[in-house]
Design a protein around this ligand. Structure first.
Ligand code: NIG
Ligand code: FE
Length: 416
């Protein structure tokens, strides 16, 4: 009886989308153009995992909760591998500055941007930070996100970075969304470290913050904003070298503002991903070839901040894997809607819908180190599933760029 209670059958599925074999941890180059589907299908979920799927003619007779998905499709939930959803308040004042002509860098130089959020975060209690973040997490789960990487980086001192990471840990423990935590102490230099004391802050990250974070097991990855006006390649290398000693891999903010060398240093230290990439070309593509590093584009950031779009199409055509993520944060991307990221990847980066969906699911899962268990329809993977409304085709999803096409969301086998 108990078994039946936790079982779920979804039947008459018009199209089951995103089927992959267990050992396929990411898709590269031409593989990204293919999305494996099954028409007129069923899927069985048991104990939070995909137990079985197949064609309706082989559907087992089960006495369990059943959803009739006639006319609807089932997809793996989105894997958003880059976000900053733990932050205090909002920064719409800077939105006005941008409308009036200031760039992201100019706002940062005036002490706004990340430092603005750091000030607010310092004044906000851990409980209040959690309350604000949990609302955002519920919102993105409603957009179909089943797993999410979340960064620190608005603390910029030991106590506040730890505060952020503890909030992320609590989100991990309390949410059905699968979460990975990234320590981004190297997001900006607090005022007191600017003008000549920058290396002291890097030293603080390496000698004080990282050991404490490792001791409390608060981070899965380490990030550095390696870019013009932020952290240099040398500083990035030092942080990645120290992280490596603690067994932590990098996920680098690279080449958002310039050809920064961030991609090359990321690949050199076997970073799991290098993200942003708005300023990338042949040299970055050459560095990424034959590496285990996932280039990750953030099309919503380009959209909101009026930046060039990362050349993901060129990367795919060169045989690379690519992922897309939202970058949800209060400055450059105040939005966590993966479906909109899909649409922008198609419209602005010229990815086909199949390429964009693969980038937002299996390759996103790879970019947060969870593609063994997430990111595709695969027996024994976690049952993080989206049931769509009645839609005519897969292509309709990025095409209908503001329409909600989701009927039901299932996370860890539970219907939200
Ligand atoms: O990924 N570029 C660096 N970090 C964030 C923006 C953070 C902020 O402005 O609050 C990003 O775009
Ligand atoms: Fe970011």
């Amino acid at each position: 009886m108990l078994k039946n209670k936790i079982m779920l059958l979804i039947k008459n599925i018009k199209k089951l989308v995103g089927i992959l074999p267990r050992n396929k941890l990411r898709l590269c180059g031409e593989e990204m153009s293919v999305i494996e589907t099954l028409d007129n299908a069923y899927i069985v979920v048991n104990k939070g995992l995909v137990a079985d799927f197949g064609e309706m003619k082989n559907c087992p007779a089960l006495n369990c909760k059943t959803i009739d998905a006639s006319g609807k499709m089932v997809f793996p939930a989105f894997c958003d591998s880059h976000s900053h959803i733990v932050y205090a308040g909002s920064r719409e004042g800077e939105f006005l500055d941008k409308i009036n002509g200031l760039s992201y860098e100019e706002i940062a130089k005036r002490g706004g941007g990340i430092l603005n959020s750091a000030k607010l975060l310092h004044q906000t209690s851990e409980q209040e930070l959690y309350n604000q973040a949990v609302k955002r997490l519920k919102m993105v789960a409603g957009f179909g996100t089943g797993s999410m990487e979340i960064k620190s980086g608005y603390g910029l001192n030991t106590a506040d970075e730890l505060k952020m990471l503890r909030v992320i840990r609590r989100l991990k423990e309390t949410s059905d969304v699968e979460i990975r935590a990234t320590f981004l102490g190297a997001h900006a230099f607090a005022k007191e470290y600017k003008n000549g004391r920058e290396n002291e802050y890097v030293e603080l990250i390496c000698a004080e913050m990282l050991p404490k974070i490792v001791e409390e097991n608060l981070a899965d990855f380490v990030d550095v904003f390696c870019d013009r006006g932020f952290f240099t390649v040398e500083q990035t290398a030092k942080i990645l070298e120290t992280a490596k000693k603690y067994g932590l891999r990098g996920k680098i903010h690279a080449n958002e503002l310039d050809f920064s060398g961030g991609v090359q240093v990321g690949v050199k230290y076997n970073a799991l991903s290098v993200d942003h990439l708005e300023n990338s070309g042949e040299n970055e593509i050459a560095a990424l070839k034959n590496s285990d590093t996932m280039p990750t584009g953030l099309p919503c950031c380009s959209f909101f901040s009026n930046l060039p779009y990362a050349p993901l199409k060129q990367m795919i055509n060169s045989g690379l894997s690519v992922a897309i993520a939202t970058d949800f944060n209060p400055g450059s991307t105040p939005s966590g809607n993966m479906k909109f990221a899909l649409s922008l990847a198609c419209i602005k980066m010229r990815l086909t819908p199949a390429q964009a969906i693969n980038a937002a699911t299996i390759n996103g899962a790879y970019a947060m180190g969870i593609s063994q268990t997430h990111g595709s329809i695969t027996v024994e993977k976690v049952a993080n599933l989206l049931i769509t409304n009645k839609i005519p085709s897969i292509e309709y999803i990025p095409y209908s760029y503001t329409e909600n096409i989701i009927d039901k969301i299932i996370l860890k086998g539970k219907i939200l």
